[in-house]
Design a protein around this ligand. Sequence first.
Ligand SMILES: [Fe+2]
Length: 296
Amino acid sequence: MIKPRRIGHTTFETKDLDRQIAYWTEVVGLVLAEREKNRAFLASKTGLLVVQLEKADRAHCNRLSFEVAPNSDFGDLAKSLSADGITSELRNDSIPGMGQVLTFKDNKGTAIDLFKEWSYLGSHHQVSGVGPLKLGHVAFHCPDVKVVADFYAKVMGFKVSDWIEDWFVFMRCGPDHHTVNFVQGKTTRMHHIAFELKDWAHVLTACDYLGAQDIPIIWGPGRHGPGHNIFTYHRNPDDQIIELFTELDKMMDESLGYFDPRPWHRDKPQKPKVWVAMPRDIWGPPPTPDYLRQRD
Ligand SMILES: [Fe+2]
C-alpha cells in the first residue's frame, strides 16, 4: 500500500498557457516559479509547488503528485503496485524543486507521481489576488465512483471520511477531512480543485477580490456539511471550478476516529458517516445553475 502523506501539485493541460498563467497569478495569487515554452510551474506564497500547466489541445487535469514518507523505498512501492497489477516507472521530469518520482496511473486514468524529495520554491512571496496557503483537495467526476474509491482505499491507503448517499465520497490521507473526492458522473474529468485560505476573513477578502474582477461566485459562501469547510466556488478561464475554503474538518488522531470537535457539528462526536438527510450544508445558499452545469 502506498500511503501518501499529502497532496503535492496538480497538472492542467490548457489551450491557452498565457491566459491560465495570468489567472493563476493575478486572481488566485500564485507565483510563477518557472516558465518554459510549453510548461509553467506555479507556487503558493509559501513556496509550495501547487499547479503545473502544460500547453495542449484541451483543458484537462491529467496528473496529481503526492508526497510519501522520506524513508520510502521506491523499489518497494513499485513492487507493491505490481502486486496490485499496476505498472510504474521511475522518472525525472525536471519539475522545479522535485527529485525523482515514481509514476503510475490510477484506475480512472489520472497519472500519479509519488515524490519524497522536494524543496521550497522561494519563500514569503508577495502576491496579488487571493494568495492561498496550500492546495487542499481535488475532486473528480467518474462513471463508477465505488470502483475508484476502492482503488484509493486498497492501493493508495486513503481512508473514507464521508459518503453522500452512494454518489459522492470524500477521502483523506492525513488529518484533512479530504484530499481527494469522487462524484458519480457520466465521464471522467475533474470536478473542482480547492485551495485553503487562512480564515473566514481571508475568504471574505477573496470574495471582494473576485467581485472586483467581475468573476461570479457560483456557489457560496456557505459552510458545507461533509467536511464543514466554509466554501466559495468560481470558474477559471478554462471553465474549471475552483474552490476557496477554510476551516475544513481535521481528524487529529486516527485512533479516536472522530473529527476535532467544532461548534457547528450536528453529530457529537463527528465521525465518518453516510450523509442522507437534507439540508447537508450548515448554512449558505444553494448552488447556482452555473455551478451545476456540466462542462462537456
Ligand atoms: Fe471541495
